[in-house]
Design a protein around this ligand. Structure first.
Ligand SMILES: [Zn+2]
Length: 176
C-alpha cells in the first residue's frame, strides 16, 4: 500500500484498514472509531507504515456488553523448512563439524485495549489516549514512570501535543 504524495495514509486507506480486522472497534464506539481514524491520519509516515502495513499494533475497543473476545492471528514462519546436514571441515590436521545455525525470527507486535469508559470522554482525550497507547506499542516500553514519560514525549513529537495537554489536565496520573 502506497501512501501517495501526502506521505500519510488517506481516508480510503484508513477506512480499508479499519475494516480489515486488525483493529476491532465495536459499532457503538463511534467516538473511539473517529479518534482512531484521526490518529491514523496524523501518525508520522514510518509509524503509520508499521501500524497499517506491518500490523504491529492490534487494537481492541469492545462494547460495554462484550464479555470476552478472541483474536486469532497468523504469520508465515520464516524459519528454515528442514534441518541441513552437518558439514565436516578439514582444517590442517583437525576436523570439526559445522552445524548450520538455527534461524530465529521474532515477530513483535502489541495489543492496545481501549476501555468502553473512554467513549464518554472528549474527542481530544480519546485521540491522546489512543496515540499514547500506540506509542507504548511502538516503543515496546510499558514499565514504570519512564515508559509513561517516553510515550507522552513520543506522541508530542508525533504532533499530538494539544490533545496530550488536555488529557493530562483531565488525568494527571495516567499510569497505564
Ligand atoms: Zn501509558
Amino acid at each position: 500500500m502506497e501512501f501517495g504524495e501526502s506521505e500519510q495514509p488517506v481516508d480510503y486507506e484508513i477506512e480499508e484498514f479499519l475494516g480489515s480486522g486488525y483493529w476491532v472497534i465495536a459499532p457503538e464506539r463511534r467516538a473511539t472509531r473517529s479518534a482512531c481514524a484521526n490518529v491514523l491520519r496524523r501518525l508520522p509516515e514510518a509509524i503509520a507504515d508499521q501500524v497499517i502495513n506491518l500490523q504491529r499494533v492490534i487494537l481492541l475497543a469492545p462494547s460495554r456488553g462484550e464479555w470476552g473476545r478472541a483474536l486469532p492471528f497468523s504469520w508465515p514462519e520464516i524459519n528454515q523448512p528442514e534441518p541441513l546436514p552437518s558439514i565436516r571441515v578439514k582444517d590442517g590436521t583437525s576436523e570439526r563439524v559445522e552445524a548450520p545455525q538455527a534461524t530465529v525470527v521474532t515477530v513483535r507486535f502489541s495489543l492496545v485495549y481501549l476501555s468502553p469508559d473512554l467513549e464518554a470522554e472528549s474527542p481530544e482525550v480519546i485521540v491522546a489516549v489512543t496515540a499514547h497507547e500506540i506509542a507504548h506499542g511502538i516503543t515496546g516500553q510499558i514499565i514504570g514512570e519512564e515508559s509513561e514519560l517516553l510515550a507522552d514525549q513520543t506522541i508530542r513529537e508525533w504532533g499530538f501535543g494539544y490533545e496530550l495537554d488536555l488529557l493530562r489536565e483531565k488525568n494527571r496520573n495516567h499510569r497505564y
